[in-house]
Design a binder for this molecule. Structure first.
Ligand code: F6P
Length: 548
């Protein structure tokens, strides 16, 4: 599309419609239509979505679907799945769906079916993970591996970290896993202090194999291992690599027989399904990893085939566009009521903000509408005692997603009733609020009267009207988790299509990396730095004189 979507009649119709809805409280929408829950909920791939607590009427829904048609969403989904160059600024496909293509239909990249290569790497991952799990992968001194350390950052860390944590109940004993990502040596040093060099296996995970933090950590871990085991020969038994760059893996000193390949058409933040998920495969076993892929594949099929009005990622994506671009909602909060999902909000931050934090369209035209919201969140139950105050009585519109497991990974009597009742109560109260009249009535019962009563009311009123989605699943299995992650991947894609932006590049991270390399030289140069600006020069020089 060469013109901005905001200049089309459908966009303007949504703007006009939004103005008519600002005066309507969500509780009124429920009062007007007892069928809201039935109308605005659906199931797919083990997930149940209630999206009825949104600023949405039948008219809104139809207009949003018109927007989807206007941007030719269905054919854009087709292009994504068939391996077109959807990532136009890097001239490549974004084929994370091929990595979990359990239907095995051929997917062509440069006229070549990628499925045989995908299957070959999966087979290699199976063989490796089974060897480790059966205690047959021995360290240099002949001991079985009991500790994995994944060294990576961004997509080479957040996805595996999130999934390995989420599926702890499926871990194969006696393995334990650590994740090192930060350049601050404290992280690696603290982890190494817990590791036995004879039984530790490092997985160096980096798509490019040139990421500063990852290489720093990998080199330091290698030095530690050699120092502890007394010989560089030990590296071959304690280091494997996951990358697209064979040459750099070789240059690092890892035997390419111990390298797990993936491809340029897998984006970093979409890569946990590839060999980047090796730590997952080892920790939960390859059969469970395949279940994770199967769950994602089921969501892929749903996304590719369900009509727009019954398509879960499409609905979530359209609602995301609705709030960012039409309701000026600057943020979107993720609230899992499932401890297993404790790293899910952090994982989503990269998925959402690296994909959608863009200011120009695919054609390089500046947008004149808001795109990506700030994605944030934490475990809902903990958030209640921290930031929910703002959600209930602050001044901002904050759309929320509640993620609710009916069953916990570990059942301990009453706990799950508390979890579920809290999740339901919060979504309810955020939507419903408590009016002045209701507040007065409640306070009168406590005995408050006259001036004291009137003074107390404003502080106890809940405006409500905060929209939310509630996603419910029975229990977090590998399959359900796969579907959940794929749901958010596709939601993100839907938003990118509506906004006309490329969800698969990340040029915004480059300038900082380049400047860091300049400042690395500055910091090592004892001469005073000058010529940047007084703040940067001042800070460089302040720190330089104190470096030990
Ligand atoms: O700097 C951002 C980024 O390129 C992410 O997109 C990516 O997931 C991360 O760095 C790590 O990159 P790599 O896997 O190449 O080390």
């Amino acid at each position: 599309m060469s013109t901005l979507i905001s200049h089309t009649p459908i966009w303007q119709a949504l703007q006009t419609h939004q103005r008519t809805l600002t005066a309507v409280h969500l509780r009124d929408l429920f009062a007007q239509d007892p069928q809201r829950f039935v109308k605005y909920s659906l199931s797919a791939c083990g997930l149940f979505l209630d999206f009825s607590k949104n600023h949405l009427t039948g008219e809104t829904f139809n207009l949003l679907l018109d927007l989807a048609r206007k941007v030719a969403l269905e054919s854009r989904i087709e292009q994504l799945f068939q391996g077109d160059n959807v990532n136009n600024t890097e001239q490549r496909a974004a084929l994370h769906t091929a990595l979990r293509n359990h239907s095995q239909y051929p997917i062509l990249v440069d006229n070549k079916d990628v499925m045989p290569a995908v299957n070959a790497v999966l087979a290699k991952m199976r063989q490796f993970s089974e060897t480790v799990n059966q205690g047959k992968w021995l360290g240099y001194t002949g001991k079985r591996i009991d500790t994995l350390v994944n060294i990576g950052i961004g997509g080479s860390d957040l996805g595996p970290l999130m999934v390995v944590r989420a599926l702890k109940a499926f871990h194969i004993q006696p393995l334990r896993a650590y994740f090192v990502s930060n350049a601050d040596s404290t992280q690696l040093a603290e982890i190494l202090a817990d590791c036995n060099p004879e039984t530790t296996l490092f997985i160096v995970a980096s798509k490019t194999f040139s990421t500063q933090e990852t290489l720093l950590n990998a080199h330091s871990a290698r030095r530690w291992l050699i120092e502890k085991l007394g010989t560089p020969m030990a590296v071959a038994r304690h280091f494997v690599a996951v990358s697209t760059n064979t040459q750099l893996v070789q240059d690092f000193g890892i035997d390419t027989a111990n390298m797990f390949e993936f491809w340029g058409w897998v984006g970093g933040r979409y890569s946990l399904w590839s060999a980047i998920g090796l730590s997952i495969a080892v920790m939960i076993g390859m059969d469970n990893f395949e279940q994770l892929l199967a769950g994602a594949h089921a969501m892929d099929r749903h996304f590719a085939s369900a009509p727009l009005a019954e398509n879960m990622p499409v609905i979530l994506g359209l609602l995301g566009v609705w709030y960012s671009s039409f309701w000026s909602a600057n943020t979107h909060v993720i609230l899992p009521y499932d401890v297993a999902l404790e790293h899910f909000p952090a994982y989503l931050q990269q998925l959402v903000m690296e994909s959608l934090g863009k200011q120009v369209t695919k054609q390089g035209i500046n947008v004149d509408y808001a795109t990506c919201p700030i994605s944030w969140g934490t475990l809902g139950n903990n958030g209640q005692h921290a930031f929910y105050q703002l959600l209930h009585q602050g001044t901002q519109l904050v759309p929320a997603d509640f993620l609710v497991a009916i069953e916990s990974q570990h059942s301990l009597g009453e706990h799950q009733f508390a979890v579920l009742s809290n999740a339901l109560a919060q979504a309810h109260v955020l939507m419903q609020g408590r009016t002045v009249a209701e507040t007065r009535e409640t306070l009168q019962v406590t005995g408050l009267q006259a001036e004291a009563l009137e003074a107390a009311i404003p502080h106890r009123v809940f405006k409500g009207n905060q929209p939310s989605n509630t996603l419910v699943y029975q229990k977090l299995t590998p399959q359900v988790l796969g579907a959940l992650i794929a749901l958010y991947e596709h939601k993100t894609f839907v938003q990118s299509v509506c906004w006309g932006i490329n969800a698969f590049d990340q040029w915004g991270v480059e300038l900082g990396k380049q400047m860091a390399s300049t400042f690395l030289t500055e910091l090592k140069n004892t001469k005073p730095s000058q010529g940047y600006n007084s703040s940067t020069d001042g800070l460089l020089n302040y720190i330089k004189t104190r470096l030990v």
